[in-house]
Design a binder for this molecule. Structure first.
Ligand code: GLC
Ligand code: CA
Length: 591
């Protein structure tokens, strides 16, 4: 007995000395290497990805049937938009049961098979964590609204509001909702208002209540214990509400998310979440940082804080339009776009990490918004933006259909849309007479979130091979006969085949992950030229942002080097210092 104890102590001591002899992980250009820094993420919006049973709604077996396609594309992390039980007033971002799968998508067995299929292919899965708010159909809210003394009352944010002499009720403050109208609704049962930054059916949780936080941590553990690899955290900077919630000033009303986000207790909550949950697993976290400026980024993602790994900053994706309310697409310039990425490179330190993206389920299609979706320019302009996203600093996020160069849908009538944001905005803007229906609909067609949500275009058969039924939940873009995965598979010059080569190049090139970034020509309004340098290795990326050809001379006598990838294979111009770039042409050189 005594001897075994000595033996054990001896073995433990040897092990300990061995562990402490392992050097701290080698930094790469000052960065701590991590799998999520090297990832290429692909976002799936399950409703629109692939329908397996003909009911017109994408589902988990549909996703499983496309895992080989994703593996061949080369992406290695999948972000799944909400797959939870939901009444679906906001595309599943209104969760009723956090431990159940949306019945249209399948069941927990399907989810487990999906996760196993992803792991088998050496990919990882992150899921959406939507915990600023719940559905009003959660058990918690049903209880909470039932009486002022219910144990769940404080799970949500209730206030009496104001009562005028004539008995008229008005909300506690002037907060507007992201989806138009007031962010407060009066609930008749207890005659108090509850807060909802989004739809009335999405009441905000009260994170000041410790029991709420404990519930959230518990549901996070539930999914991590199944083997998911992390979370995309929906509107996470909103969880701590402004102190005292006073009225927004007229100035704050110009940009309410900025006033709502990053409340006083946010660092405490994120830190606690990390300590209680995330630190115990090898996870990736990315926060959807609504209302957060670049300058505020370090305070969320600096690795020494142990909070989030990275955030989505919206400066680039929202170029030319505000991040709140029904907006229209305004003008933007290339130098503005560059200045955003340049600022990121200088503000974020080697303790921070960044994301690069120009698309998701809340935004219109890249090629229609930033590029040129006319027949001759669609392919090169789609390739250019993907080249940019995959060679800039930060983990790249692709949205389903980007790899095909999918375009916006030709929306005309209000009934063409599904999104609650636009339906509410129509009531607010058109029915109240503020804007004409024509003007409203013309503007919305270019920015609506539904552009991203039309079904994936898999092949040239009816409904683009998305469903075998006749009624997809949202109409398929009529251009599916030309733009679809099967046609692109067969075409060596397609966006799809280019993307495969591009992702492969990025995956094999650490300089695109950990290398320093230098914008060679920040003021040039036609060409974006930058280098990524890691030690001795240097890469040059040159992109012609426009539909006309450009002759571009590299600054400072720089020579191009060896061409690694271009969408016009004939244009090598190895070591040239003046490049003849075709319309929307992008090239990657090794120097
Ligand atoms: C996020 C989601 C968006 C949703 C909103 C409310 O912005 O990306 O789709 O409507 O949060 O959950
Ligand atoms: Ca289905």
């Amino acid at each position: 007995m005594f001897r075994t104890r000595i033996l054990r102590a001896f073995v433990a001591a040897v092990l300990l000395s061995f562990v402490s002899a392992i050097p701290a992980q080698q930094l790469v250009n000052g960065y701590e290497p991590k799998w999520w820094k090297e990832a290429v993420v692909y976002q799936i919006y399950p409703r629109s990805f692939k329908d397996s049973n003909g009911d017109g709604i994408g589902d988990i077996p549909g996703i499983i049937s496309k895992l080989d396609y994703l593996q061949k594309l080369g992406v290695n992390v999948i972000w799944l938009s909400p797959h939870y039980d939901s009444p679906n007033v906001d595309g599943g971002y209104d969760i009723r049961d956090y431990r159940k799968v949306m019945k249209e998508f399948g069941d927990m067995g399907d989810f487990d098979s999906l996760l196993a299929g992803i792991k088998q292919r050496h990919m990882r899965l992150i899921i959406d964590l939507v915990v600023n708010h719940t559905s009003d159909e959660t058990k918690w809210f049903v209880e909470s609204r039932s009486s002022k003394t219910n144990p769940y009352r404080d799970f949500y944010i209730w206030r009496p509001g104001h009562t005028a002499a004539d008995g008229t009720r008005t909300p506690p403050n002037n907060y507007p909702s992201y989806f138009s109208g007031s962010a407060w609704s009066l609930d008749p049962k207890t005659n108090e208002y509850y807060l909802h930054y989004f739809a009335a059916k999405q009441p905000d949780l009260n994170w000041d209540e410790p029991k709420v936080r404990a519930e959230v941590y518990s549901l996070m553990r539930f999914w991590l214990d199944k083997g998911v690899d992390g979370f995309r955290m929906d509107v996470i900077p909103l969880i701590s509400k402004p102190a005292g919630m006073p009225d927004l000033t007229p100035e704050q009303l110009q940009n309410p998310p900025n006033a709502y986000a990053n409340g006083p207790r946010l660092p405490e909550y994120l830190h606690e979440m990390n300590r209680e949950v995330l630190a115990k697993y090898d996870t990736m976290t990315v926060g959807e940082a609504t209302g957060t400026t670049l300058a505020q980024t370090n305070s969320l993602v600096d690795e020494r804080r142990h909070e989030l790994n990275m955030i989505f900053n919206f400066d680039a994706i929202k170029l030319g339009r505000p991040d709140f309310g029904p907006s229209v697409l305004g003008p933007w310039s290339l130098s503005q776009l560059k200045s955003i990425y340049d600022a990121h490179a200088s503000v974020l330190t080697k303790h921070d990490w960044d994301t690069v993206f120009l698309s998701n389920h809340d935004n219109p299609r890249i090629v229609s918004t930033f590029g040129d979706d006319s027949p001759a320019m669609r392919v090169p302009s789609a390739k250019l933006f993907e080249t940019m996203i995959l060679t800039l600093r930060g983990t790249p996020f692709l949205y389903q259909g980007d790899e095909l160069g999918m375009t916006d849908y030709p929306f005309k009538k209000l009934s063409d849309y599904n999104d609650i944001a636009i339906k509410n905005a129509y009531k607010d803007q058109v029915e109240s007479g503020k804007v004409s229906a024509e003007a409203f609909l013309a503007g919305q067609a270019k920015v609506t979130r539904d552009n991203a949500r039309t079904p994936m275009q898999w092949d040239g058969s009816s409904e683009a091979g998305f469903t075998t039924g006749d009624h997809p939940w949202l109409a398929v873009n009529p251009n599916y006969t030309e733009i679809n995965a099967a046609a692109e598979e067969a075409d060596p010059a397609s966006v799809l085949n280019y993307m495969r080569a591009l992702i492969k190049l990025r995956a094999g090139t650490r300089a695109f992950v950990y290398g320093d970034y230098k914008d060679l020509d920040p003021k040039n309004e036609k060409v974006y030229a930058y280098t990524r340098t890691l030690g001795e290795e240097k890469y040059l990326v040159v992109e012609n942002f426009g539909s006309s050809a450009q002759t571009y001379t590299l600054p400072d006598g720089l020579k191009a080097g060896t061409l690694l990838l271009s969408d016009i294979p004939s244009s090598h111009q190895a070591n040239a210092s003046t490049l003849n770039l075709g319309p929307w042409e992008s090239r990657i050189y090794k120097q």
